[in-house]
Design a protein around this ligand. Structure first.
Ligand code: PMP
Length: 396
């Protein structure tokens, strides 16, 4: 097996313990830390001042937006709006839907993409890509008025990729739009609005090797420009009169970015996007796939451990695997991995209750309250990390 791809901007900072919970929050890479350190001594207000610090900060903030637009393959006229995270981005989109919009969503979604939609049609989680496309097609055919199909790019439970391109084609064939929850896809696979022919994409910086607190919603401007501001306040308002309600809201991203923005979050996220944009992502992905194969092969040899899957074991996926433990409580096992071996994984339902309930309902798994054990990884993970986990699981 080849060793980690060495790209210094994409080196994980910090050492110690074995972090295998990247799907919750990934460790930070050097590019993000450097960007924060470079800006800390010289930042000022954003879009609110004339001093040199303020001017530099405004430029850096808008440059971050441009870098992220490039990273996400935005088309002319698409907007990039900074949010707190994916949950925030999808809630923003939910609030910007034209009146009467129906949202179509599969049961396999993370709660962030299941709960914000005001008028949601929930479809059962599909058993295959073909099933996903046929089920979506059947639902979309019946709907009138504005429709948004919203789907995850990669499952936060199984890491399996969803047929985003195919679903985008179906959505557009029926006059609907499609949003992609790329929280788990973007850290592993290049995501391009233009290539996927998707209308919106949402992601979280803290899963993309940047620090906490910044996320993005990117996509078509028309619905966003026509919507009431997501956060009413300074920055979102272009003119405020003397009477209540006499407000002209700003156009463009500022309309939904009320309040002082998270400059460090935006700039550090853009630094990671830029480093990833320059990296050989095919090589990074190939390395991750080698680690994934090594992990899955090793897991098959651990008695009582079984991988779960939405679309079947052969489906394409990113570095995320969830397991049933033959009746053992995943949270107890996760605790033992942490205390005894310094290994961080996650146990439970991962904010995807309907999907995890379905996947964990196997006869041998009774008494686990429907939870799973999840292992997830990415940049900086080594074969030795995987071996430590396999050895620890075997010894437990
Ligand atoms: N979507 C998916 C697929 C996720 O995995 C997560 C986080 N686990 C979210 C959305 C929500 O991300 P955040 O908590 O950063 O808002």
């Amino acid at each position: 097996m080849s060793l980690a791809v060495h790209t210094s901007d994409l080196d994980i900072i910090g050492a110690g313990f074995v972090p295998l919970d990247y799907a919750a929050t990934a460790p930070c890479v050097r590019a993000a830390a450097d960007a924060v350190n470079a800006l800390l001594p010289r930042y000022g207000s954003v879009h609110r001042g004339t001093g040199p610090r303020s001017q530099t900060s405004t430029l850096e903030y808008e440059r971050a937006r441009d870098v992220i637009a490039d990273f996400l393959g935005c088309r002319p006229g698409d907007q990039v709006i900074f949010t707190r995270n994916t949950t925030d981005a999808l809630n923003l989109l939910a609030r910007a839907l034209p009146p009467g919009t129906t949202t179509v969503v599969f049961d396999g979604e993370h709660h962030a993409n299941l709960l914000p939609w005001p008028n949601a049609l929930r479809l059962p989680a599909p058993a295959s890509w073909a099933d996903a496309v046929t089920t979506a097609e059947r639902a979309l055919r019946e709907l009138r008025g504005p429709v948004l199909l919203t789907v995850t790019g990669a499952s936060n439970v199984t890491g399996e990729l969803w047929p985003v391109r195919e679903l985008a084609a179906v959505a557009h064939r029926h006059g609907a739009r499609i949003a992609v929850d790329a929280a788990q896809l973007a850290p592993h696979v290049p995501v391009s609005l233009a290539d996927l022919d998707a209308d919106y994409v949402a992601l979280s910086g803290h899963k993309l090797y940047a620090p906490f607190g910044a996320g993005v919603l990117a996509g078509r401007a028309d619905w966003l420009d026509a919507a009431p501001p997501y956060l009413a306040g300074g920055g979102a308002s272009a003119h405020v009169g003397d009477r209540a309600g006499d407000v002209r809201w700003a156009a463009g991203p500022a309309r939904h970015e009320g309040g002082t923005p998270n400059l460090l979050g935006a700039v550090s996220l853009a630094a990671v996007c830029s480093a990833l944009g320059e990296a050989d992502r095919a090589a990074l992905r190939a390395h991750e796939q080698e680690l994934l194969a090594h992990l899955r092969e090793g897991l098959r040899r651990v008695p009582g451990v079984a991988e779960v899957s939405i679309f079947g074991t052969g489906s394409e996926r990113v570095g995320i695997v969830s397991l049933t433990l033959n009746g053992r409580d995943p949270s107890v096992v996760a605790g033992r991995l942490a205390e005894g071996f310094g290994i961080g994984v996650r146990a439970g339902k991962f904010c995807a209750h309907p999907l995890v309930r379905r996947l964990s309902e196997t006869p041998g798994n009774a008494g686990c309250d429907g939870g799973l054990l999840r292992v997830s990884f990415g940049l900086g993970t080594t074969p030795e990390d995987i071996d430590s986990l396999l050895a620890a699981l075997a010894s437990l």
